[in-house]
Design a binder for this molecule. Sequence first.
Ligand code: SIN
Length: 512
Amino acid sequence: MPRVIVVGSGIAGLTTALDAASGHDVVLVTKSALGQSNTRYAQGGIAGVMSAEDSVDAHIADTLAAGAGLCDEEAVRVLCTEGPDRIRELITFGVEFDRTDGEFARGREAAHSYPRVLHAGGDATGARIEAALVARIRESSAEILEDTFFVDLLLEDGHVAGALLRLADGAERRISADAVVLATGGAGQLYPYTTNPAVATGDGAAAALRAGALLADLEFYQFHPTALTTADRFLVSEAVRGEGAVLRNSIGERFLAEIHPDAELAPRDVVARGIAAEMAAQGGIPVVLDATMLGESFLAERFPVIDRAVRASGIDWSQEYVPVSPAAHYWMGGVVTDLDGRTTVPGLYAVGEVARTGVHGANRLASNSLLEGAVFGARVARALGTDDQAGWPARPARPFADPMRNPATDAPPFSRGALQQLMWDAAGLLRDGQGLRRAARVLDAWSALPLPTDNIRSLEDRNLLALSRELVLAALFRTASVGAHARSDFPNSHSPLPASAGAEPREVVPAC
Ligand code: SIN
């Protein structure tokens, strides 16, 4: 049987591995314990058209609008059309989505024209899905390697030939394979404040980059507006605002209605930037989420996970306001794929947050990410072993040429914390050319340092450094403000660039 290595164990990796296991020798590699992934922390739910009053066309329209004109329409159509069947499949796997009077309870989140977000266990949707998929994969024929770090891809004559892994005991293992599927999730650890777990260091995207795969849309990083201001930046779901909670500034006033007609349910990038601007105007004091109108029992029943976290931080949110601020949440860009997850490197597939399928454009619609993992995971499993190049008649070019490296001579000493702060300051919610150029030069200086390769932390740092540089260059190249990418020096929302997959080289980023 052909062998497939699936790297990552969120909804995308587990769906791919499960579906592929019947016809392939599947090796599932996961960096931590099985079940530890971004999926596990997803609260709001999974978006999908599961009622007669809603329509797939409306879901498509909302997704395209959130993506600010830069989605691939065909990919969005696939996502929204195939999504309901994947949700029904999750139900057969044992995921019990919450119901009211027998009907699915449907939450509302930002930029959805209809309440279509299904949830399970209140705000434990990702954890319930993850648990159901983990139970099934444990019963399957897949070999599972936990606590195993994916170091790199192995290539032979330009084709993926396997993976180099570092096992829990520190030993290296090379596994040959006919295909490798990257399902490694995002890279929230690029920033000091993130809703992502510590494992989200972009290992798959960085390995794809080293292997010569095309990455795109890296400038589009979504910041969730409402994370607790505690050290772990615990997510307070948009669904809380969907139920009626509001944001207030330091003098107790609502401020978002002045920025957007949908106020607290405006697109996520608008709310996040609105909060950042309000915080800046108030000398950095966080804004607060007022959920007091929802009442103690409703908060505990509808949002049990958040309720525990908020109360653990010493706040009775049925009586008190909750300090919140934006945090890095989701990377819209990633490894460019066709509609079946094929990347530009033969034998290499990508699925879930690591992939750039084109469904998110410049800004992801809330709760479309679990859906993407389920829909495209199934498609990748079906496509494995078919003509690797079918989706790529010609190898698309990177949209910008890499400028000569121009290392800063006064770069501060490298540390992960310094890198994260640099990214927050220069490539966070608001960017400008001067800050981005400086960041690129500092990253160039750090990239020239010899990082050790004998420990996982340093291998992760290598990945974060490489991806930071790509993100910063992409942000420099896009001289416009669109979706999650806001340039204070180019506030005009007109984007001169199409979605970057397949774009011809147009312009060289000026030497930084
Ligand atoms: C949330 O629950 O607010 C996050 C959902 C998502 O990121 O799609």
